[in-house]
Structure formats: structure tokens, C-alpha cells
Design a protein around this ligand. Structure first.
Ligand code: ADP
Length: 361
């Protein structure tokens, strides 16, 4: 049976097609510039149509009936979705309610679901939420120390993201360590353009560095990660900035690009630092320091870890950085350090397969 995974961004659609139960990848690609000026692809519906046409043109599928389910990545599931869900009218309604929490992502995810349902009306569509893996985080870790009314009125709390990636590498670690998944204590570090660290106890997320939005926590390509919130008010007042302008600074002009003034891409930062560019070196130092700080905190919270695992474009490829961090870890902590490639789409496909199989019973 074939399972299609769709990851709809605001202007792009990533897709992968797997054959189950062998979990074999048979096709994949990216449709870009969806709905942008001058693009042939005017909407998510046209994007999905283009993907289907390509799969048929390339004879990856002969008949659309071969596809038995579509797994959809959805960024925010709020407190409503703790596990993947089969998409029906009620689920779509609840997803619309969650969209307020992720206005840039959830509407695009939903557009993808609605488009796919038109092309595949009679098969299972499964929504897999980035946040749901972190719904096991205890209240003392997910609550902010703000007046509690804001949690009650607006759902202000830490949600965490990159759930599929943390969950995928945690399962891979269980295999590598030959230990049952639900007995594992892990610290998983997803270091890509977005970066987050998760503490996993008995296979469940108990804390994670991203918060109400993906802005909190580690230093990222363009995001600041943790700062004193008073800094934002101070800059807004001094520079006479609007809320949106400040949001843009924190989400798009900070992090590696903000400190280095060179790039948000780690490869450029590493090259710059090697050539003696001081701000690149500083960006690298702050990036690594923040990672070590979270690892230390999560190690104490977990009371030890079976392994600390690195993944994502930086975690998987920047060997020099990871071996430096590994050296520092070994000075303080006795634990294994692993590098495990992530595959969020395969995790979504696995969860989709599991759900449709259990639904049959
Ligand atoms: P996304 O979060 O968008 O999925 P990726 O996981 O692909 O992103 O990670 C992108 C980051 O990985 C970029 O900062 C890129 O520079 C970095 N990266 C990729 N290859 C290397 C490498 N060989 N050395 C250092 N950084 C790398």
C-alpha cells in the first residue's frame, strides 16, 4: 500500500510517497512559489494537482487508488490534539480554532488538507501535529509564570514544535541502543534552520526548548531564541517600532544572521569564523553555548540520560561542532552521544500507517 505525506507551507508543498509496510520511499519533491506573483501554481489546490500529475507522469503510481492514505503535517494542534487524528469535519473545525495560535502555518496546512481531500475523497487523511508529541510535558514545565488568566483566556503556554523529528530520532536511538523505547531517557537536539532540544523520559517528551511559538529557546538561523522580554519593549520604544516590526526583528533578523551580519546559514558562519570573521565566531560561540546550557538543564531534569542525540542539517553534518560539544559533555556527564539523521516525513507516514491499521480493527 502507498502512503503520501504532504507538508504544506505558506508558499511551498513538500511531498513524499512511501510503500508500506516496508516503509520504502518511492518518490518525493517540492512545489515552490505557491500563490506567489508570476507563479504558474496559483493555489495549494493547483500545487497538489501538480504533484499528482507528476506521480502519474513518472509512472510512480498508475492509478490513484494505489494511494490508501495521506498523512498531513500540521504545525499547531494546541491542547486539542495530543495524537494524530483522522481528518473529518469535526477535526477540521477544531483545527480552524487552533489556527489562531499559528497564523502563518496552520491555514496553509489546512489548505493542503482540503485540496487533498478533493482529489482523494474516499481515503483516510491523517493530521499529524508538530505539537502533539509535547503534550506529555507536565504543567510545571509548560506554564509560564504569567497571570493565569492569559492561559485560561488565550491558551498562553509552552507547546513545543519539531515533534515528529524528536519522536523519530528517539525511536532510532531505541534501536541503536537496543533498549525498549518506553524505558529511554534521551536529550534530542534538532539543529536545522529552526533549532530545538527535547528532554524525553520513558519515551515521552517532558520538556522542550521551543515555547508558545517556535521563537523560544536555542539560537537559530534568523530567530533570537531566549531573550529577556523587556529587551523587546526597550527596542520598540527607542526605535519607535510597531509590534509587527519587532516581531520581524526577533523572527527574521536575529539569530545567526543578526549576530554575524553575514548569513543565516551555518555553513557560511563556519567558513566566516575559520577566516577570522569576528562576528561569525561570536555567532558560533553563542549558538554552541546555548545548546550546552539546555543540555545541562535537561540532564538534571531527567536525572541522567541514556544518550544525547543530534539531528537536523547542522546536527547531522557539522562534525566539528558536534565533536566539540561531545568533548565538553564528556567532561561533565557520562552518557553516549549519537548523531542520527531525522526523517519527519517518514515519522508522519509511520503514524498514518499505525492509525489506519488500528482503525481497521
Ligand atoms: P530545516 O530546518 O529547514 O529542515 P535543515 O535541517 O536542512 O533545515 O538544516 C539547515 C541548516 O543545516 C543550515 O544552517 C545549513 O547551513 C546547515 N548545514 C547543512 N550542511 C552543513 C554542513 N556540512 N556543515 C554545517 N552546517 C550545515
Amino acid at each position: 500500500m502507498k502512503i503520501l505525506v504532504i507538508n504544506c507551507g505558506s508558499s511551498s508543498i513538500k511531498y513524499k510517497l512511501y510503500s508500506f509496510p516496508k516503509r520504502r520511499l518511492i518518490a518525493g519533491g517540492l512545489v515552490e512559489k505557491v500563490g506567489q506573483n508570476g507563479s504558474d501554481i496559483k493555489s495549494h489546490k493547483e500545487g497538489v494537482e501538480a504533484i499528482i500529475a507528476k506521480l502519474i507522469d513518472e509512472k510512480v503510481v498508475r492509478d490513484l487508488k494505489e494511494i490508501v492514505a495521506v498523512g498531513h503535517r500540521v504545525v499547531h494542534g494546541g491542547e486539542t490534539f495530543c495524537v494524530p487524528h483522522l481528518v473529518d469535519k469535526a477535526v477540521i473545525k477544531k483545527m480552524k480554532e487552533c489556527a489562531e495560535l499559528a497564523p502563518l502555518h496552520n491555514p496553509a496546512n489546512l489548505a493542503g488538507i482540503i485540496a487533498c481531500k478533493e482529489f482523494f475523497p474516499s481515503i483516510a487523511h491523517v493530521a499529524v501535529f508538530d505539537t502533539s508529541f509535547h503534550q506529555s510535558i507536565p504543567k510545571h514545565a509548560y506554564m509560564y509564570a504569567l497571570p493565569i488568566e492569559y492561559y485560561k483566556k488565550y491558551g498562553i503556554r509552552r507547546y513545543g514544535f519539531h515533534g515528529a523529528s524528536h519522536q523519530f530520532v528517539a525511536h532510532q536511538c531505541a534501536r541503536i541502543l537496543k533498549k525498549p523505547y518506553n524505558k529511554l531517557k534521551l536529550i534530542t537536539c534538532h539543529l536545522g534552520n529552526g533549532c530545538s532540544i527535547t528532554a524525553i523520559n520513558k519515551g515521552k517528551s517532558v520538556d522542550t526548548s521551543m515555547g508558545f511559538t517556535p521563537l523560544e529557546g536555542l539560537v537559530m538561523g534568523t530567530r533570537s531564541g531566549d531573550i529577556d522580554p523587556a529587551v523587546a519593549f526597550y527596542i520598540m520604544e527607542k526605535e519607535n517600532l510597531s509590534y509587527h516590526e519587532m516581531d520581524e526583528i526577533l523572527n527574521r533578523k536575529s539569530g545567526l544572521v543578526g549576530i554575524s551580519g553575514v548569513s543565516n546559514d551555518m555553513r557560511d558562519i563556519v567558513n566566516g569564523a575559520k577566516k577570522g570573521h569576528k562576528r561569525c565566531k561570536l555567532a558560533l560561540d553563542i549558538f554552541i553555548y546555548r545548546i550546552k546550557k539546555y543540555i545541562g538543564a535537561y540532564h538534571l531534569i531527567l536525572g541522567g540520560a541514556d544518550a544525547i542525540c543530534f539531528t537536523g542539517g547542522i546536527g547531522e553534518n557539522n562534525k566539528q561542532m558536534i565533536s566539540g560539544i561531545k568533548k565538553d559533555i564528556s567532561k561533565a556527564i557520562k552518557t553516549k552521544v549519537l548523531v542520527v539523521p531525522t526523517d519527519e516525513e517518514l515519522m508522519i507516514a509511520n503514524l498514518t500507517f499505525k492509525l489506519i491499521e488500528s482503525d481497521k480493527q
